[in-house]
Ligand binder design. Structure first.
Ligand SMILES: NC(=O)C1=CN([C@@H]2O[C@H](COP(=O)(O)OP(=O)(O)OC[C@H]3O[C@@H](n4cnc5c(N)ncnc54)[C@H](OP(=O)(O)O)[C@@H]3O)[C@@H](O)[C@H]2O)C=CC1
Ligand SMILES: CC[C@](O)(C(C)=O)C(=O)O
Ligand SMILES: [Mg+2]
Ligand SMILES: [Mg+2]
Length: 347
């Protein structure tokens, strides 16, 4: 079994003497900055002027420009969107890194695909939480954590591994388990997982189920509860105890249907498509396409996003969720608060 690190094996001292700049205050950035601070570390935030800056200041952080945050820090965690990291790195991070500093990432994309080539005199490591940033924060606040992978790309000081483990502890990941990886393994498995299973696989499975039921004449509300709402309840059982635990709770009829019909929906053909997706990730074809899409200002991204938001499951889902206020977790509340802020700003 792979070596998994937990809290008590980790030496925190190596990071306690350092100042950490969290660059970016979005999904991961706010979670890292708040969790690290509550774990006793010295954290500043690096941002451009805008809504994240306002939020980080409201949360009590000293907020600098990216350049100034890098200047005052020993460890710089880059939590900007992958597609903006290269330009910000060239303009504001690289010129201000000092020999012996550490630069860190939550995803290996830009290092692995050579979009960022770090100077040879800084440590470069990865702490990649295996979960969305808002859950990195929410689980930490609840006394738990989201597991993470750590990896070292460059170890100049001899401390890169200890720094990455201490950082993982600081964000709460060592409560759940921290596992060694390489930038290559993290990048390729993460891209594959989000495309084929967690995001692309799941959303398309849900939509196909919803469409199959509604096209057969069943009520959209019934199809929504069956194919979207209940996914969370089933996934909770998988999260808590794996396949066996979920199958223990569902009826034997459902379990029999799982055995005989599941493999007809997700089958060898699906697995062959998954292998295609993985090959495109491994060869860099996916990365190249995403980089070019951004250079062209995302024409396909925005067009597909607009269509997806108009899918009938979104309309019925919104109506039903409005009648179930208890499902509105803090992320929804944050998004709604943000809309209010934007209205004030644009007015
Ligand atoms: N989302 C997730 O849960 C996960 C993300 N990751 C990785 O974490 C990294 C960050 O992703 P994520 O948290 O999703 O990013 P978000 O899009 O949620 O947040 C990006 C942050 O960067 C700021 N920002 C954007 N452009 C600039 C700029 N030019 N200069 C300064 N600040 C800027 C934004 O501020 P502003 O308000 O000004 O736009 C915002 O605070 C990525 O490498 C991603 O792959 C890894 C695991 C999971
Ligand atoms: C599943 C998507 C993810 O990889 C994540 C939350 O782990 C991401 O890039 O946001
Ligand atoms: Mg991921
Ligand atoms: Mg990812």
């Amino acid at each position: 079994m792979a070596k998994v690190y937990y809290e008590k094996e980790i030496d925190k001292q190596v990071l306690q003497e350092k100042k950490i700049a969290v660059v970016g205050y979005g999904s991961q950035g706010h979670a890292h900055a708040l969790n690290l601070r509550e774990s006793g570390y010295d954290v500043v935030v690096g941002l451009r002027p805008g809504k994240s800056q306002q939020k980080a200041e409201e949360d009590g952080f000293k907020v600098y420009s990216v350049a100034d945050a890098v200047k005052v820090a020993d460890v710089v965690m880059v939590l900007l969107p992958d597609e903006h990291q290269t330009e910000v790195y060239e303009a504001s991070i690289k010129p201000n890194l000092q020999s012996g500093n550490a630069m860190a990432f939550a995803h290996g994309f830009n290092i692995h695909f050579n979009q960022i080539v770090p100077p040879s005199d800084v440590d470069v490591f990865l702490v990649a939480p295996k979960g969305p940033g808002h859950l990195v924060r929410r689980t930490y606040e609840g006394g738990a954590g989201v597991p993470a992978l750590y990896g070292v790309f460059q170890d100049v000081t001899g401390n890169a591994k200890q720094l990455s483990l201490a950082y993982s502890q600081g964000i709460g990941a060592a409560r759940a388990g921290v596992l060694e990886t390489s930038f290559q393994e993290e990048t390729e498995t993460d891209l594959f997982g989000e495309q084929a299973v967690l995001c692309g696989g799941l959303t398309n499975l849900i939509k196909a189920g919803f469409e199959t039921l509604t096209e057969a004449g069943y009520q959209p509300e019934v199809a929504y509860f069956e194919c979207m709402h209940e996914v969370k309840l089933i996934v909770d059982l998988l999260y808590e105890g794996g396949l066996e635990n979920m199958r223990y709770s569902v009826s034997d009829t459902a379990q029999w249907g799982d055995f005989v019909s599941g493999p007809r929906v997700i089958n060898d053909e699906t697995k062959a498509r998954m292998k295609e997706v993985l090959s495109e990730v491994q060869s860099g074809e996916f990365a190249k396409g995403w980089i070019l899409e951004n250079k062209a200002n995302r024409p396909q991204f925005y067009a597909i996003n607009a269509l997806e938001n108009q899918h009938p499951i979104e309309k019925v889902g919104k109506e039903l969720r409005d009648l179930m206020p208890f499902v509105k977790q803090p992320l929804q509340a944050t998004k709604e608060k943000q809309k209010d802020v934007n209205v004030h700003v644009t007015n």
